[in-house]
Design a protein around this ligand. Structure first.
Ligand code: CO
Length: 205
């Protein structure tokens, strides 16, 4: 009796469904991946990249962490960006946040969450730099505004990586987008914060 019997059962059902729909589905995937998008999103279980944008396996390269943060020294995220841009040659990098993000909310309260507070420090800084914008807001409104500001900040952080800047200076085309997802209705919103060139980045920074 294997561990996780429910998951193995679900896996076999899913694999059979995919093969029934398209007999060569797994053979085609086994040949390689050519996703057009890199998705950098929150690890929240309610925000699964492929399902939200209704894309099949093979169509989006994904990196997720708590509160979709892109830190200049995070080798994990930087390696994902490098692989996506230089090898997979994605045309779009999507930073996707979501309203009501628990990580963002935790960054706004002063209680001790342990280790994660070091990670959330990056979001506390965004809050600190934009204090005036939060005046008169309810706690929920503050969280949602900070979720949006966090996405915008992380778009800048992606655009400022050496990988992305070098890609642009070598004439490569690539757009970094900032989106936010609403768990309450399943709808994605474009935060109109896209950056597609070094000139664009200079203008925004
Ligand atoms: Co979240």
């Amino acid at each position: 009796m294997p561990d996780l019997p429910e998951l193995f059962k679900r896996n076999q059902e899913w694999a059979a469904e995919m093969t029934a729909e398209n007999a060569s589905f797994f053979d085609d995937l086994a040949k390689g991946q050519t996703p057009e998008y890199l998705w950098i999103g929150c690890a929240d279980s309610r925000v699964p990249a492929n399902q939200i944008i209704n894309l099949a396996p093979g169509e989006v390269f994904v990196h997720r962490n708590i509160a979709n943060v892109v830190v200049h020294s995070d080798l994990n995220c930087l390696s994902v960006i490098q692989y996506a841009v230089e090898h997979l040659k994605v045309k779009s990098i999507i930073v996707c946040g979501h309203y009501g993000c628990g990580g963002v909310a935790a960054s706004l309260d002063d209680s001790d969450h342990g280790l994660i507070d070091n990670w959330l420090r990056h979001i506390k800084d965004i809050n600190r730099h934009n204090k005036d914008l939060f005046e008169g807001m309810t706690e929920a409104e503050k969280v949602d505004l900070l979720c949006e500001l966090n996405v915008k900040e992380q778009v800048l952080n992606v655009a400022n990586t050496t990988v992305v800047k070098n890609h642009w200076s070598n004439g490569g085309s690539l757009t970094v987008h900032g989106l936010i997802y609403d768990i309450k209705d399943g709808i994605l919103k474009n935060l109109e914060t896209s950056i597609c060139s070094l000139e664009d980045l200079d203008a925004r920074y």
